[in-house]
Design a protein around this ligand. Structure first.
Ligand SMILES: [Zn+2]
Length: 296
């Protein structure tokens, strides 16, 4: 059935809400550089596509994209101290306010459970603060977050291949399986604009992947800020943007393609659909909310 908020008619809205057991998910990402080979919208494109596909496996209402996430504009992310072209950032206060207002609108439309499907690591910190802040506020809905973990998707595909054997994804060629297994057997790094995210964008918008731009900027750490983390001194983002000035963390995703992308998207959406099911079917969270409500 049609699960996307923007695509359903007002007349059919109640049917969707019922089928979704009054549960709604919000895809969230950001607009930031992803190396030279992936698009600015990588995180929201992945989150949006995965949310929709998961909603077809486990019915849930999919809210319009929350495109703009947190990005540290102050970080000297390029050698000259420039912010990469095309980056968009909102301050955290604005994002929290916007998310709270949107959640209130979703609840006004009859949803009791709201889950953010987050595709951007930079959102994790403020989402936790948001959830914490919300906990003490009067409301009539349960709020949760879910991390998409696109970066790990290629390792998840390798796990399936090892468990179920080659052929577990019938559309992968022998060479594709070699690419995935070799990458993971060698414990190559993943993190940002990496093999996993490249696969996910291949599955979402293959025309936006530019593998011919690999090899120009490195995805490996410059280790400049490691000494702080080692001493348990936490600066913003644990110095991630200092260590990875190219907005790329991972070994080059050589050999990645649309078929590997399809497998990555399959494991990511299976896991998300499972999370949706757990959240959707859970009565405890509603009970805990009504206990809280008695004290308000
Ligand atoms: Zn990303």
């Amino acid at each position: 059935m049609e699960t996307r908020w923007l695509y359903v008619t007002s007349e059919n809205f109640a049917k969707l809400r019922q089928a979704a057991k009054e549960t709604c998910i919000i895809p969230m990402g950001c607009v930031e550089k992803h190396g030279l080979h992936l698009p600015l919208g990588t995180d929201i494109l992945e989150a949006s596509r995965a949310s929709y596909l998961a909603s077809q496996k486990e019915t849930v209402c999919v809210f319009p994209d929350f495109t703009f996430g947190d990005y540290s504009l102050g970080a000297p992310i390029e050698p000259e101290g420039n912010v990469p072209a095309g980056v968009i950032t909102l301050d955290m206060e604005t994002e929290m306010l916007l998310l709270e207002k949107l959640c209130a609108q979703i609840a006004r439309n009859g949803f009791k459970k709201i889950m953010v499907v987050n595709g951007h690591g930079g959102n994790v910190t403020w989402l936790q603060a948001f959830a914490r802040k919300l906990y003490n506020k009067k409301r009539d809905y349960v709020f949760a977050t879910y991390s998409l973990s696109s970066s790990e998707s290629v390792y998840d595909v390798a796990d399936v291949l090892r468990e179920k054997g080659r052929g577990a994804f019938p559309y992968l060629t022998r060479e594709d399986e070699d690419v995935v297994l070799d990458f993971c057997d060698k414990k190559k790094e993943i993190g940002h604009a990496c093999m996993g995210e490249t696969a996910m964008i291949f599955a979402t918008a293959p025309e936006a992947v530019h593998l011919e731009r690999l090899g120009i900027e490195s995805g490996l750490s410059q280790h400049k800020a490691d000494y702080l983390k080692e001493a348990s001194v936490r600066i913003a983002n644990d110095g991630w943007d200092i260590n990875y000035p190219n907005a790329f963390h991972g070994h080059d995703p050589v050999g990645c393609n649309e078929r590997i992308g399809k497998a990555a998207m399959e494991v990511v959406t299976d896991r998300l659909a499972h999370a949706v099911k757990v959240f959707k079917e859970d009565d405890n969270v509603l009970g805990w909310l009504s206990d809280l409500q008695k004290g308000w």
